[in-house]
Design a protein around this ligand. Structure first.
Ligand SMILES: Cc1cc2nc3c(=O)[nH]c(=O)nc-3n(C[C@H](O)[C@H](O)[C@H](O)COP(=O)(O)OP(=O)(O)OC[C@H]3O[C@@H](n4cnc5c(N)ncnc54)[C@H](O)[C@@H]3O)c2cc1C
Ligand SMILES: NC(=O)c1ccc[n+]([C@@H]2O[C@H](COP(=O)([O-])OP(=O)(O)OC[C@H]3O[C@@H](n4cnc5c(N)ncnc54)[C@H](O)[C@@H]3O)[C@@H](O)[C@H]2O)c1
Length: 464
């Protein structure tokens, strides 16, 4: 029998979690399995952005676009079928029944704080020992003249699109803009991508150059460092006018210009929770200005990624339930842009490391010297390892399967390993991962094959 999910069964819990996206699900499921009495409140459907409007549909579209590449024709319908299938397959993992089996009490409704230690939900007042806010973020819509009068898409709506866009205009050259511009181009739409920055402004520019070249080869028209001054035209024939007078016309418009944390309309002021421009302010332990309330994932100031929300959740389970506290630490948080080629980063990029330290060293290995890249006939990209002294500060990988290869690099950065730890590994031949070892062995090889070593070797050969 389906339980009544319209109101809580009790008035007090050990932990109340607001929002059932990646952050809220991991927190509530983990805490309940550890034995805490947990109430999880979700206003819409469990799974959040990642399942319904983010990672899952976008990666399914990317996969369909890979298959469609060079196939010709308009292939959005196939991508739509693929993304619907992916969501249907993953949805049971995030179902209320599964979390109820873990011992979580699930209520569907909108929670609102009424004071520093209480919320209201389903007309009922609920108190808790600790609260976790995991309310996520909305697409940020830029203040462009005329935009309000036109139909436009965001990640909340683009994956429900029924018809193939003839010509998709995209504002924003970040992760969404790059991943989806390439996908729609490969699926057979004309695509124009406009950004007020360079593409992927936070990433290594040399790596971005490799991605940019592929987007152009796929037919994406890219306009970088350009302000969109106004939007006009009509549905089906949208015209963007840039500040320098240029115009771009298309049938559909997608906005991917960053995120706005969800911090209004649910009583954060009444709870005494401080917010800033970047979201809910948290301390080193992810506590808000109200020490009994934690904030995790996209709603707090900090990185907005599913695995960041997951990492936050694990930190908060420990901090909210146990006396041994754990600090938040994003220094080894990996990130991948799932374009083709992929761009993956962990730790500091080369420009970020140079801004902090004057004496870093950078070791780069291009994939055109990797045998597997040659046999796969895909030699785009490189591995770059950024080192301070002996310590690996960061790794940038651009190329095929860069997101997968990054796992090894993440391990090196989070484990505070030295370059020699990577250089001394033996990797299966022929694999792309060998490029990491080849980059890591560059300084050692210079020392190993030096004139001094040559003399030493010769000397040893003369010994009886
Ligand atoms: C197109 C796209 C692709 C992405 N791809 C990736 C990727 O490949 N890898 C990656 O790591 N990240 C990716 N992300 C980012 C990722 O989706 C988010 O960082 C992640 O989903 C955030 O999880 P969250 O739990 O913080 O918030 P959300 O998933 O947004 O969950 C918040 C939940 O809170 C609920 N809620 C809000 N207010 C209330 C309230 N008052 N009461 C009750 N419920 C409430 C909402 O309904 C929602 O379900 C992508 C994002 C987008 C937009
Ligand atoms: N693979 C992944 O992990 C993945 C994929 C998609 C999205 N995401 C997450 O989702 C979030 C949102 O992605 P996003 O691409 O919207 O944000 P983003 O921050 O990655 O990029 C936004 C881009 O829009 C540009 N921009 C901002 N205002 C503009 C304006 N008025 N006109 C033109 N350009 C403008 C910025 O300069 C920037 O290049 C990100 O935080 C990202 O972490 C992650």
């Amino acid at each position: 029998m389906t339980p009544d999910r319209s109101r809580p069964r009790a008035t007090h819990y050990d932990l109340v979690v607001i929002g059932a996206g990646a952050g809220g699900l991991v927190t509530s499921g983990g805490a309940a399995q550890l034995g805490a009495r947990v109430l999880l409140i979700e206003q819409h459907r469990l799974g959040g952005e990642c399942l319904w409007t983010g990672c899952v549909p976008s990666k399914a579209v990317i996969h369909a676009a890979q298959l469609a590449r060079n196939g010709g024709g308009q292939r959005w319908a196939e991508a739509r079928a693929n993304l619907d299938q992916a969501i249907t397959t993953i949805e049971p993992h995030d179902s209320p029944e599964r979390f109820e089996d873990f011992g979580v009490e699930v209520v569907i409704g909108r929670a609102s704080f009424t004071g520093p230690d209480a919320i209201e939900i389903g007309g009922q007042r609920v108190t808790a020992r600790r609260f976790v806010i995991a309310t996520g973020s909305d697409p940020a819509i830029p203040p462009i003249n005329g935009l309000g009068e036109l139909p436009f898409f965001t990640n909340d709506t683009i994956f429900d699109l029924d018809e193939q866009p003839e010509h998709l205009l995209i504002i924003g050259g970040g992760v969404i803009g790059c991943e989806l511009s390439q996908s729609f181009a490969r699926l057979g739409s004309l695509v124009t991508l406009i950004s007020n920055s360079a593409l992927l402004p936070r990433e290594d520019p040399e790596a971005v150059a490799v991605v940019r070249a592929q987007l152009i080869a796929d037919g994406v028209t890219i306009i970088e460092n350009a302000e969109v001054a106004s939007a006009g035209g009509e549905p089906g024939a949208i015209r963007l006018t840039l500040a320098d007078g240029r115009t771009a016309e298309g049938s559909h418009l997608l906005i991917g210009t960053g995120r706005a944390p969800r911090i209004t309309g649910y009583g954060l002021e009444a709870a005494g929770v401080e917010t800033g421009k970047g979201g809910i302010v948290t301390d080193a332990w992810l506590r808000t200005s109200n020490k009994r309330i934690y904030a995790i994932g996209d709603c707090r100031d900090g990185p907005r990624l599913t695995h960041a929300a997951d990492q936050d959740a694990r930190t908060v389970i420990q901090n909210a339930l146990f006396p041994f506290r754990k600090r938040k630490d994003y220094s080894a948080l990996p990130a991948a842009v799932f374009t083709d080629p992929e761009l993956a980063q962990v730790g500091l990029t080369e420009p970020a490391a140079r801004a902090l330290h004057s004496d870093i060293k950078v070791f780069r290995q291009d994939f055109d010297h990797n045998d597997r890249s040659v046999t796969e006939a895909d030699m785009r990209g490189f591995v770059k390892i950024i080192v301070l002294g002996k310590r690996v500060l960061g790794v940038t990988i651009v190329g095929a399967h860069a997101g997968e290869l990054l796992a090894l690099a993440s391990f090196a950065v989070s484990g505070k390993l030295g370059l020699s730890d990577l250089a001394n590994q033996t990797f299966a031949y022929p694999t792309l991962a060998e490029a990491l070892r080849q980059a890591a062995e560059q300084p050692g090889q210079a020392a190993l094959f030096s004139p001094f070593m040559r003399k030493l070797t010769a000397l040893f050969q003369r010994l009886p």
